[in-house]
Design a protein around this ligand. Structure first.
Ligand SMILES: CC(=O)N[C@H]1[C@@H](OP(=O)(O)OP(=O)(O)OC[C@H]2O[C@@H](n3ccc(=O)[nH]c3=O)[C@H](O)[C@@H]2O)O[C@H](CO)[C@@H](O)[C@@H]1O
Ligand SMILES: C=C(OP(=O)(O)O)C(=O)O
Length: 427
């Protein structure tokens, strides 16, 4: 078990390269199950969620080669084996195995997913979609059993705009008979990325990226090569970090349009953001003013950037209110920020931040992936050394974290935790 040592107070400068999107990758890999021949996915992020999914595909008979940012999946010998527990519990996106295996084999047994604990994360809309397509779905001892004689296209209205449910229903519907219409679908760029892969595999999908997606089922799907879109959340994290402690930082290999809501808020705070074709330059010389943010479905402000942005707001003059309308309990990082000297309180689904506060290095723990990013940024700004544990969460979503930060001039390194520290974490 490792911890991250962060010596704060060194301004960052330079260029950071952004990798492929985690939230696309984790859906694209299960999507390969649907093909009859090899699928190659490149620009893959080197993160633990990707490795776990590769292992899960191997468990069901897939041949998977994973090399530098590229994965080739040979699905020809895959079969529907129950995956009740184990690895599926270590990531949220294992729920995409439900849609993909149901679509391909018309049956699947998948344990309830894990991932970040952000309060309740129901999957009722996924199940509603599978049932509408003709599946019988039961929950037996913590695993979801899905069975269907055949899948038939249906009109499915999502009661909640859900990224996971939209993608999962697409996965189940591409090989179903007839037309499926998903209404009130989520519009995130990762949904378009998954639809692009499926279309290159031979699927017929229209409307991905709008709130009505139409899928005409096909008999079979074939392999193809696909390159993943840049990770807008990794990009956003480095943009926030640059606004917090950067001088001039270029965040490269991104689609600036995907981070428009963040750019707008940074500018409102007084941070200078220059948009270029596939990069942004963040220059940070002025005092920052507090702003309010409300997380919303895309293209609104992403909930996954709410936690890192809260850290930035501790450095802004005046008070700011952060409201998370997607996950109203996504505030586990706040207690740790307070330990570092931030003036933040949580009231209902909002955090109220009074700035600017000088932060002090402390021993803190990441309760989830983006809480880790929030505390990392706090550590980089703080006076003294911060020891960040809970890296198993951070490694789910940020590739080559230390290398990228050291490249920008940060003083950051990993150390093994002592026996005593490990015991403290367990208790
Ligand atoms: C692997 C992946 O892509 N994870 C992302 C995905 O998570 P995830 O797929 O869990 O998020 P959803 O978009 O499904 O959830 C959005 C909202 O809908 C609710 N809901 C969702 C499904 C459902 O069946 N019933 C229901 O009520 C959720 O509780 C939440 O309030 O989108 C989230 C919202 O952008 C991001 O924070 C996660 O990083
Ligand atoms: C919450 C997240 O991921 P997951 O849904 O995989 O837990 C995230 O990426 O911030």
């Amino acid at each position: 078990m490792d911890k991250l040592m962060i010596e704060g107070g060194y301004p960052l400068e330079g260029t950071v390269q952004i990798g492929g999107a985690k939230n696309s990758a984790v859906a694209l890999i299960p999507a390969a199950i649907l093909a009859d021949s090899p699928v190659t996915i490149d620009n893959l992020p080197a993160i633990s969620d990707v490795e776990l999914l590769a292992e899960l595909l191997r468990e069901i008979g897939g041949e998977v080669q994973l090399s530098d940012h590229e994965m080739t999946i040979q699905p020809e010998n895959m079969f529907s084996m129950p995956l009740p527990n184990g690895r599926v519990k270590q990531l949220r996106a294992s729920y995409y195995l439900m849609g993909a295996m149901l679509g391909k084999f018309k049956k699947a047994v998948i344990g309830l997913p894990g991932g970040c604990n952000l309060g309740p994360r129901p999957i009722d809309q996924h199940i509603k979609g599978f049932e509408a397509l003709g599946a019988r779905v039961t929950n037996e001892q913590g695993a979801i059993y899905l069975r269907a004689d055949e899948l038939k296209g249906a009109r499915i209205y999502l009661d909640v705009v859900s990224v996971g449910a939209t993608i999962n229903i697409m996965l189940a519907a591409v090989l179903a008979k007839g037309q499926t219409v998903i209404e009130n679908a989520a519009k995130e760029p990762e949904i378009i990325d998954v639809a692009t892969l499926l279309t290159n595999m031979g699927a017929k999908i229209k409307g991905a990226g709008t709130n009505v997606i139409r899928i005409d089922g096909v008999e079979s799907l074939h392999g193809c090569r696909h390159s993943i879109i840049p990770d807008r959340i990794e990009a956003g994290t480095y943009m926030i970090l640059a606004a917090a402690i950067g001088q001039k930082v270029v965040v490269d290999n991104i689609i600036p349009y995907h981070v428009e809501s963040l750019i707008a808020k940074l500018r409102e705070m007084g941070v200078s953001v220059e948009e270029r074709d596939d990069q942004v330059l963040i220059s940070n010389h002025k005092a920052k003013t507090g702003v309010d943010i409300k997380t919303l479905v895309y293209p609104g402000f992403p909930t996954d950037l709410q936690q890192p942005f809260t850290t930035l707001l501790t450095q802004a003059e005046g008070s700011s209110i952060v409201t998370d309308t997607i996950y109203n309990a996504r505030f586990k990082h706040i207690d740790e920020l307070r330990r570092m000297g931030a003036d933040v309180k949580v009231e209902g689904r909002s955090a109220i931040i009074n700035g600017a506060s000088a932060l002090q290095g402390a021993k803190v723990r990441a309760s989830d992936l983006r809480a880790g990013a929030a505390l990392l940024i706090a550590g980089l700004m703080a006076d003294g050394v911060t020891e960040l544990s809970g890296l198993e969460h951070v490694d789910r979503g940020y590739e080559n974290l230390e290398e990228k930060l050291v490249g920008l001039g940060a003083r950051i390194w990993r150390e093994q935790m002592s026996e005593e520290e490990r015991e403290q974490v367990k208790s």
